[in-house]
Ligand binder design. Structure first.
Ligand code: C2O
Ligand code: CU
Ligand code: CU
Length: 509
């Protein structure tokens, strides 16, 4: 077992979770009733096809075809989409830690694209960022070794100034990595049966069925939000659970929307994993915040026979510590209403759950003793309102980091390989920004104004930075170096990323 991935088992059980529905239900029910999607039409849940590639020992080859297609989400309307080996989204790729994976990625679109492996530690030229362009008709053949823990990663377009549009139309998919810890954990592991991929996205439709991508200045400023929720490309689906204990692998694959996930009956659930693997402190919770790019794995107890509706239950802005912020966002039309996302129908037979608890990730002494080679400060900045108009008219970008907007020809910083660094991310703007760093899984050391939540206690590659807050990260850059080819760090609200809230760094020997 790798010393950087030392695992013990938690004593946290889920038996008995189901019966302690909390108070506050009527307030919640009222809020839900006020939402538009109270009584949705439940469609069959779609389990995305899993793609395990062609295996020869630990060499695995995947063939991916990016192409435009036509999908049907609502009524009999046709929606032009982009997919990988299909019309919308891609297959769930699956490989194991220790595998050497290679891909042939063919671009059948009429525009350039890229395919980025989000959350992976890998050589810069394999990263699939904006420099690894795949022109129309071309094929890109990256290869890398999977050297990190089993977890729920993902892949998506990362095309310069086109990421938002391409991902919105479907250019994304999940990438599940298995390892022995995960396989021997006793967690639900039957794909599509009790181990369920859940890609949450919000979309807006035009009358003719096409996706509405960008229309107002608000879409650009706040990021593109929709009014219809898709789960794995299906509007409000219902999953028929066949087992009493269900594991959801959640990905917020939305361009801009932040979700506060909860169940309609306020049943608690256990959060066991985040972006890069199991948590240091898994916990029973009732609400999970998930920002664009983030993943979480949760366990739900369905043994009481009652269906569970997964809803977005935004924190009440008047009650939040950030009341002024909430009010301002409300004024700008960003009222984040409660709505349904999907339903889980309870299994008919009442099996007992026998499960002792999830594995727990322990940061080793390597992390504790790491003498950071560098401490850097980042300030996420965003001009709003009249300022935004001004910066646009003068040809500048309203989105920047440390005053600089993304420039393909500028490497913003150089990191020494085989070191740890401390990055402190600040946010001068009025919106929260999910900050993502390529080629690493980091530890959230501290937040200036909030506590680090249970779901943030494992390895992370994306962290939500609230307005006026500072978040301190301890970041390992232990593998790979390339003096010329950069990795990216950026806001994962894709319109902010495309708008310039992104920078480039190299890792050098
Ligand atoms: Cu998920 Cu730089 O991206
Ligand atoms: Cu990434
Ligand atoms: Cu942002």
């Amino acid at each position: 077992m790798n010393r950087r991935n030392f695992i013990r088992s938690a004593t946290l059980g889920v038996g008995g979770v189901s019966l302690c529905a909390a108070g506050g239900l009527s307030e919640f029910a009222q809020a839900l009733a006020a939402s538009t999607a109270v009584d949705p039409f439940w469609r069959p849940f779609l389990v995305p096809p899993v793609e395990e590639g062609t295996r020869d020992g630990n060499q695995v080859q995947f063939d991916l075809n990016i192409a435009s297609g036509v999908s049907n989400f609502i009524g009999d309307l046709s929606t032009p989409t982009i997919g990988i080996n299909g019309a919308y989204l891609g297959p769930v790729l699956r490989a194991k830690r220790g595998d050497s994976v290679s891909f042939s990625v063919k671009n059948n679109l009429a525009e350039k694209t890229t395919l980025h492996w989000h959350g992976f530690v890998l050589p810069a030229r394999m990263d699939g960022g904006p420099h690894q362009v795949i022109s129309p008709g071309e094929t890109w053949t990256p290869q890398f070794d999977i050297i990190q823990p089993g977890a729920t990663y993902w892949y998506h377009s990362h095309t310069h100034e086109l990421t938002g549009s391409q991902v919105y139309h479907g250019l994304a998919g999940l990438f599940i990595v298995d390892d022995d810890v995960n396989l021997n954990s006793g967690l639900p592991i039957d794909y599509g049966v009790d181990d369920i991929p859940v890609i949450i996205q919000d979309r807006k439709f035009k009358q003719n069925g096409a996706f509405q991508y960008l229309g107002s200045m608000m879409d650009q400023m706040q990021g593109m939000k929709g009014d219809t929720i898709l789960v794995n490309g299906v509007v409000t689906p219902a999953l028929k659970a066949k087992r009493p204990l269900i594991r959801l692998r959640l990905l917020n694959g939305s361009n801009a929307r932040i979700y506060d996930l909860a169940f309609h009956d306020r049943r608690p659930f256990v959060v066991v994993a985040s972006d890069g693997g199991f948590l240091s402190r898994p916990e029973k919770i009732q609400t999970l915040r998930l920002a664009p790019g983030e993943r979480a794995e949760i366990l739900i107890d369905m043994s009481n026979g009652a269906d569970a509706i997964l809803v977005n239950m935004p924190e009440n802005p008047r009650r939040s510590s950030n009341a002024m912020m909430g009010n301002m966002m409300g004024m700008m039309g960003n009222t984040n209403k409660p709505f349904s996302i999907m339903k889980i129908e309870a299994p008919k037979s009442a099996e007992r759950i026998t499960f002792k608890g999830p594995p727990v990730y322990e940061f080793t002494s390597d992390w504790a003793n790491a003498a950071p080679a560098n401490k850097r400060r980042f300030q996420l900045e965003m001009a709003m309102g009249p300022q935004m108009m001004m910066s646009r008219m003068s040809g500048g970008s309203p989105f920047s980091i440390n005053g600089d907007a993304m420039d393909m020809d500028v490497i913003n910083l150089r990191v020494k390989s085989n070191t740890y660094e401390v990055w402190e991310i600040g946010n001068n703007s009025m919106l929260p920004h999910p900050f993502h760093i390529h080629n690493t899984q980091f530890k959230i050391v501290a937040r200036s104004h909030r506590t680090v939540t249970a779901a943030e206690t494992g390895l992370k590659d994306t962290v939500l930075v609230y307005p006026q807050e500072k978040v301190r990260l301890l970041i390992p850059f232990l593998n790979y170096s390339d003096p010329d080819r950069p990795y990216m760090y950026h806001c994962h609200i894709l319109e902010h990323e495309d708008g310039g809230m992104m920078g480039q760094f190299t890792v050098e020997a």
